[in-house]
Design a protein around this ligand. Structure first.
Ligand SMILES: Cc1cc2nc3c(=O)[nH]c(=O)nc-3n(C[C@H](O)[C@H](O)[C@H](O)COP(=O)(O)OP(=O)(O)OC[C@H]3O[C@@H](n4cnc5c(N)ncnc54)[C@H](O)[C@@H]3O)c2cc1C
Length: 395
């Protein structure tokens, strides 16, 4: 007989684990369910900005990682559609927290282990829907060892990613395609990279799509391509084919070594945050991370916002448990706080995205000046991120 939980969290990715740990360490009983056995892969660039690293420290994830799991980054290369290139050595604005590459197979397992150490329970089960008491969510329907089961909870948190069953059961509004990226990722070896430097190469045709190269040393890298889903559909693109076509271009081709191999090439959607109307809180439930459309719309960076919305939703859940109040009105504080903290960066990213979509020449002009002036360079970079500052001493 399964007990009734204070909180059930569907999905053991960064959002779900951050929420589970934050609630469990305050002594509440929390169940986190996932349909996959851990450690498991998640299609991702594996890039963690200093802000994300800071949150991982707070969540004690590094106690469950080895030093060889972590590859530090010290500089970023931006390449425009007209192949203007800028290399930016940077310093993190967060003390002792840098830009890191960590494979999701390792990272997500570390986060889950940390949540379990704080006494969150884990169950290998697939969520198939929600349980309602009139309009109020009161649990989760699951498939467990091939059997249908019902799990009761005072509060449910949907952290089940881009194809969230929880969001669908709550009939969360359908978001237009332009607020989604479709991305493909592979692990390459035998491809010339610059150690400790990540590269973002904006595509010429499907703006603001981009190709990334995130090195992990010895000419190995996580490489991938993200394209706006509306343009992808409109142009009837085959993502895999497009990815290989790009690799045929001279910028990439001259870096291919004879032994090049690409492994684990897989595609997955990225739900981007925007100013569209959506609902992330319901009576008895909240949607966080990718399930709540929180990914940065310019960079596609979703881990930071998944961790952050995991922590904020948990703080609100703790208040809700204390007050025994689970109405959407009460839980609304989660969305308000998340917007207060993430909104400024999301809005700035949206402005860049609009510029890139409709005034692409502006980016080229900006880069032209930035390449010749340190102050323009500095302004461009600090406008792009709260996480980094340009390091003049290392240029
Ligand atoms: C190709 C690609 C590259 C990316 N690169 C980066 C990057 O470099 N840096 C970055 O910050 N972000 C990146 N992102 C975004 C990032 O991967 C996501 O934003 C992040 O994983 C969101 O975390 P999450 O916990 O919300 O969801 P997820 O990490 O997707 O976790 C969801 C979990 O829910 C489980 N689940 C799903 N459905 C069910 C169900 N029905 N029942 C039970 N369990 C279920 C899944 O098994 C999974 O474990 C990238 C995304 C893609 C697709």
């Amino acid at each position: 007989m399964l007990k009734k939980y204070d909180v059930i969290i569907v999905g053991a990715g960064p959002a779900g684990c951050a929420a589970a740990k934050t609630i469990a360490e305050k002594g509440h009983n929390v169940l986190i369910i996932d349909r996959q056995t851990f450690p498991r892969d998640k299609v991702c660039g594996d890039g963690l900005t200093p802000g994300a690293t800071k949150l991982l420290q707070q969540l004690d994830a590094f106690s469950f990682l080895n030093s060889e799991d972590v590859y530090p980054i010290q500089a970023i290369r931006f390449v425009t559609p007209k192949l203007q290139s800028l290399d930016v050595p940077f310093k993190s604005k967060h003390e002792d927290a840098g830009f890191l590459i960590i494979k999701r197979k390792k990272l997500d397992h570390a986060l889950l282990q940390s949540a379990q150490k704080s006494d969150a329970d884990f169950l290998l089960a697939e969520a198939t829907g929600l349980l309602f008491n009139e309009q109020q969510v009161c649990g989760v329907k699951v498939k467990l060892n091939g059997q249908k089961r019902e799990l009761k909870a005072r509060l449910v948190i949907g952290a089940d990613g881009a194809s969230s069953v929880v969001a669908r059961s709550l009939k969360a509004a359908k978001i237009p395609d332009k607020h989604r990226f479709l991305a493909i990722r592979g692990y390459v070896k035998g491809f010339k990279t610059t150690d400790h430097l990540v590269e973002f190469i904006w595509t010429a045709d499907l703006k603001p799509g981009y190709f990334w190269i995130f090195p992990t040393g010895n000419n190995k890298a996580n490489i991938g391509l993200g394209l706006p889903a509306d343009l992808y559909k409109k142009n009837k693109i085959d993502l895999k084919q497009h990815f290989y076509q790009l690799l045929e271009q001279p910028f990439f081709k001259e870096r291919v070594l004879p032994e090049m191999e690409i492994d684990q090439l897989r595609a997955w959607p990225i739900p981007l945050a925007g100013l569209f109307k959506t609902q992330r809180v319901f009576d008895g439930a909240m949607l966080i991370g990718d399930a709540g459309y929180w990914v940065d719309p310019l960079s596609g960076e979703g881990i930071h916002n998944a961790l952050k919305t995991g922590i904020i939703s948990a703080e609100v859940a703790l208040k809700a448990l204390q007050a025994n109040q689970f109405s959407a009105d009460f839980l609304q504080k989660y969305e308000q706080r998340a917007w207060q903290q993430l909104g400024p960066t999301i809005k700035r990213s949206l402005a860049f995205v609009q510029g890139m979509r409709y005034l692409p020449w502006l980016l080229e002009l900006y880069f032209f000046f930035a390449r010749h002036s340190q102050s323009v360079f500095q302004r461009f970079f600090s406008n792009l991120s709260h996480d980094f500052e340009f390091d003049f001493n290392r240029q």
